[in-house]
Ligand binder design. Structure first.
Ligand code: IDP
Ligand code: MG
Length: 149
């Protein structure tokens, strides 16, 4: 089973959208494997966004992610990496499709509410960066046979 890393950014918490965002992923049928509220250190933020280190928005991005609490989570399911990106919508919320999280709740690219891993390999790296092995809980949802054929 595939796993992905999802983080609700400080704007998602300030906008009281934590429940709504988690609800959408649960409704789809994906399984929550870990969940924690945390204040992100500068070191972790810089490591997480390392690929964007040379971009002009890097400073603001790190500043923003470390500004308030985030909700970090790991989700499991068939094709969850790509599917979660679809549920979330494109990076710029103004262009994101209605029905997606960013499309329904966001306007600015720097306030797009949520992060999701962009590939299976990135997901593995991000899960390792944000969670200790013992924080990941494997469990069998009893609804599984009603979600998967
Ligand atoms: P993603 O979150 O959809 O994967 P990335 O391109 O990986 O998008 O960018 C990481 C984050 O950096 C975005 O979610 C957004 O918050 C911020 N970002 C990306 N591009 C810009 C920009 O052009 N201006 C300001 N912030 C940006
Ligand atoms: Mg990205």
């Amino acid at each position: 089973m595939e796993r992905t890393f999802i983080m609700i950014k400080p704007d998602g918490l300030q906008r009281s959208l934590v429940g709504e965002i988690i609800q959408r992923l649960e409704n789809k049928g994906f399984t929550l494997v870990s969940l924690k509220l945390m204040k992100v250190s500068r070191e972790l933020a810089e490591q997480h966004y390392d690929v964007h280190r040379d971009k002009p928005f890097f400073g603001n991005l790190v500043e923003f992610i470390t500004s308030g609490p985030v909700v970090a989570s790991v989700w499991e399911g068939e094709g969850v990496v790509a599917a979660a990106r679809k549920i979330i919508g494109t990076t710029n919320p103004l262009n994101a499709e209605p029905g997606t999280i960013r499309g329904d709740y966001g306007i600015s690219i720097g306030r797009n509410l949520i992060h999701a891993s962009d590939a299976v390999e990135t997901a593995q790296q991000e899960i390792k960066l944000w969670f200790r092995e013992e924080e990941l809980v494997s469990w069998e949802p009893s609804l599984k046979s009603w979600i998967y054929e």
